[in-house]
Ligand binder design. Sequence first.
Ligand code: SF4
Length: 411
Amino acid sequence: MLFDENGAVRGVVAGVFGIDKDGNKGADYQPGVELLAKYTFIGEGVRGSLAKQLIAKFGLSEGKQPQKFGIGLKELWQVPDEKFQPGLVQHTLGWPLDDKTGGGSFMYHFGDNYVAIGFVVHLNYKNPWLSPFDEFQRFKQHSAVRPHLEGGKRIAYGARAITEGGLQSIPKLFFPGGALIGCSAGFVNVPRIKGSHNAMKTGMLAAEAAFAAIQNGRQGDELAEYETAFKASWVHKELKIVRNTKPIIAKFGTALGTLISGVDMTISNLTGGFSIFGTMKHGKTDAESTGLAKDYEPIVYPKPDNEISFDKLSSVFLSATNHDENQPAHLRLKDPSVPIEVNLPRFGEPARLYCPAGVYEVLYDEAGQNPKFQINFQNCVHCKTCDIKDPSQNIVWTTPQGGDGPNYPNM
Ligand code: SF4
């Protein structure tokens, strides 16, 4: 981010190249380009690193509920003609998750014999032994899912966090010199499993506010009109109706919570936003929701059959992720001692399990002693889950040099 002398945002620096892993300028060093703007919109998707910086600097989340997240894992398959049912859509809730762990799946048959299949786990889960990746692999073995994939070939894999906090978690949308748009603010409608329409509409509202301001000779100030326009828009109305879905499911569990939230949404829809619950709070962050390892039984996941279910490393290969090894690590620990001294004894170091790309490992010596925390940053698929779910909030995801990362054609 670039700030002016008064602390207002004036733009960003993009495209720094050639800094080596020790932070020195290499022979191919290239300074970044300063992109300056009258108003800078931050639309980095979920848990953006610039948005995180701005939310903290300008206190944009003060008085709001913490943002909530899910992790979505997805695979793309190509299936034989006899399995392909163009247009088929299948959504599920729950299994193989228990009733206290929120999540569900999607499956779409489309295009050239493609089946896109994915699984979402809400990141407020408590059991630190849970592995979202392995839940997804187990899910594909269900008798209503496996037949869709049998005989097919898995051709791509990826993962990404999703904002799930809804209306009560949306931060203040403007700051001196710019605004948050899209999932940097978090406009996903969780029960409708969609957010692109709201991201587009709010991006348009921000653009219209900036255009009108510039027409009036303004620049670099606070675009309060954007937030006013959002509150008067159908996006706000839509998110208001579903505002209690996520907290109801978190409180009552998937089965009963889905039933109650269905009634709540129907009443809210008919009355323009009334709910007997008022506006429920989320309370804890997803990191704070993580329970202690001693209070939960470790989960033993079935071994992959390499036909329908797979391991993490063969999956990461299909994400086509790539990071130049001679660059500063983009995954940083605020305190390098925390994974082994705090997270391992208290939480079993859950980064080993929640990371869908096998980036984090705890290695032991031959005698099974002296644990060491290892970060295989080259494998990272940029889902941002570690930045969100680490119970010690010790992992900071930063932008890798040179735009390295996963490559998701057709995903
Ligand atoms: S290191 Fe973090 S951002 Fe990268 S894949 Fe693992 S959990 Fe996701």
